[in-house]
Design a protein around this ligand. Structure first.
Ligand SMILES: Nc1nc2c(c(=O)[nH]1)N[C@H]1C(S)=C(S)[C@@H](COP(=O)(O)O)O[C@H]1N2
Ligand SMILES: [Mo]
Length: 245
């Protein structure tokens, strides 16, 4: 039906079980996964579904700066850039029933969400931008999260010299309605500096959680054993894992 058309390119088998596996099992785990004072406080005050503030088009910053990696600078990324990211793939792996490799066309064909939000960087700047992309939960439901999954890890195309950039969130943020895999900023394809062709928006957390140049989404039971084990490139270097605003 309509959903089939939208998801053309994904097999019927991929679609069949998604609502069952994806929607129920992970939701049962949401509260068991919560630990840490900051996370508890924010969620007690706002509730797990509380939305980050959304703004109007008039509020959009005239310039949305880039921060951190502005271009991954690898031969592979340069080749993707030259071909307009036609062969970019978003892998969905780990504790999922149906691993996926989504093309950008498939990501764009999923139901989309557009939101105008403020990005806050710990370095002391903010900017308001309009982001468009599918909700992460749509993709997780397609892949069918397994009940053992507790965290979602984002793999990125940039290496900072002493490690690849990566990030992670728990299932509360993964299923939050404003958590999207963005491919557009202010109605245009993502600029390179802002994470082309795909970057996360995790709207209730600080800027470093919003992984850019995303190549993979990995469902895991534990963050131990991944890079430094703290759940993110900056977390491994001392930043808070839960960076609620
Ligand atoms: N892959 C990757 N993602 C990243 C970073 C990075 O260096 N590499 N920097 C983070 C930081 S600290 C911020 S503030 C935002 C900046 O997003 P922007 O470049 O769109 O402003 O991206 C985050 N995501
Ligand atoms: Mo940042």
């Amino acid at each position: 039906m309509k959903r089939r058309n939208v998801l053309a390119g994904l097999s019927a088998g991929v679609l069949a079980g998604c609502s069952k596996i994806g929607a129920t099992k992970p939701m049962q785990k949401l509260f068991g996964a919560a630990d840490g004072w900051h996370r508890e406080m924010q969620r007690t005050l706002g509730g797990p579904e509380a939305l980050a503030r959304e703004f109007s088009p008039a509020d959009i910053s005239p310039f949305f700066r880039g921060n951190g990696t502005l271009d991954p600078g690898t031969a592979s990324y340069a080749a993707h850039e030259a071909s307009g990211f036609a062969d970019w793939q978003l892998g969905v792996t780990g504790l999922v029933a149906r691993p996926l490799a989504l093309s950008l066309a498939q990501v764009r064909a999923l139901p989309q969400r557009t939101q105008i939000t403020r990005h806050d960087c710990v370095e002391g700047w903010s900017a308001i931008g309009q982001w468009t992309g599918p909700q992460l939960k749509t993709i997780l439901d397609l892949a069918g999260l397994r009940p053992e999954a507790r965290y979602i890890v984002f793999r990125c195309a940039d290496n900072l010299g002493d490690g690849d950039y990566y990030e992670s969130i728990d299932l509360v943020d993964a299923y939050h309605p404003q958590t999207i895999v963005a491919h557009q900023l202010n109605g245009a394809p993502l600029p390179i500096k802002n994470g082309a062709p795909l970057r996360m928006r995790i709207e209730r957390q600080l800027g470093y959680k919003h992984a850019k140049f995303v190549t993979g989404i990995d469902a895991v039971a534990s963050l131990q054993g991944i890079a430094g084990g703290k759940g993110g490139y900056w977390e491994d270097r001392g930043y808070q894992w839960y960076a609620g605003i």
